[in-house]
Design a protein around this ligand. Sequence first.
Ligand code: NAP
Length: 263
Amino acid sequence: MDLGLYGRGALVGGASAGLGRACAERLASEGCRLALWSRGGEALDRAAEQIRDTHKVEVTTIAADATDPAAAAQVATAARRALGRVEIVVLNAGGPPTVESTKTDPNVWRRSFQLLAITPIELTTLLLPPMRTHGWGRVVSILSSGVRQPIPELSYSNACRSALMAWLKTISVEVMADGVTVNGVLPGRLDTERVATLDRMKAERMGTTAEGVRAVMERGIPAGRYGHPDELGAYVAWLCSDRARYQTGTFVSIDGGSMTTLP
Ligand SMILES: NC(=O)c1ccc[n+]([C@@H]2O[C@H](COP(=O)([O-])OP(=O)(O)OC[C@H]3O[C@@H](n4cnc5c(N)ncnc54)[C@H](OP(=O)(O)O)[C@@H]3O)[C@@H](O)[C@H]2O)c1
């Protein structure tokens, strides 16, 4: 199916690895021109090179730390310089630390809120006006199943992402008439370095192995396994496509059936 994405300019966050990388691969396979953003370094350069070689599309890299209050403006400027028109933005970066929920720290709250709410909100705010003027734009945010079903040790994530989701829902109503859609995906447990790290940390707390933790987790997922990042990337590419033009303000679980509540 032709998603109608050929030549579109897309900025993808957290694109050196994991879910962001999977989104970038899918968008590249549809012919998008890409600006890949992460904190930078070898992994980001390697991702850009591999995507360029495989899909024969223009790929630029942007290095900025999403916990830095200056990052959004810096990334927006660099993305415009690289792509001309930024027609698609995939909001994504790393996750915050785990914590015992009754022992949170104000400084970590501030840092997490910058990472997961303020930076993506400011970045979107900067990128929206040209999308609206040209009558076409896509904003897709990678959130977490924790916004629907809070995850005990991920208080910072549960709360800060909920703030972002509420804002995205609010603006989705305002920008739809200008051809801009705003959606999100809620991953459950997809097989990335972040999830492997969380499993290792849980194993240490419980005095077991990461493999043991994973096996227990997988038994709790109706699909019986962790998801593959491309199973999210393919859906994000769909949300970015012209065919998804009537879909906005939605937040869809990608979790192998783990969510037991109604959406
Ligand atoms: N995987 C899952 O099942 C799952 C489930 C729920 C929520 N999530 C959330 O989805 C997001 C992506 O997850 P993932 O599993 O793909 O994580 P990942 O494998 O750890 O990848 C994170 C990506 O974000 C970049 N990054 C990390 N910190 C950053 C920062 N401060 N500023 C800019 N870029 C940063 C990393 O690149 P650099 O190191 O090059 O900066 C990397 O490209 C995370 O927020 C995660 O918490 C994931």
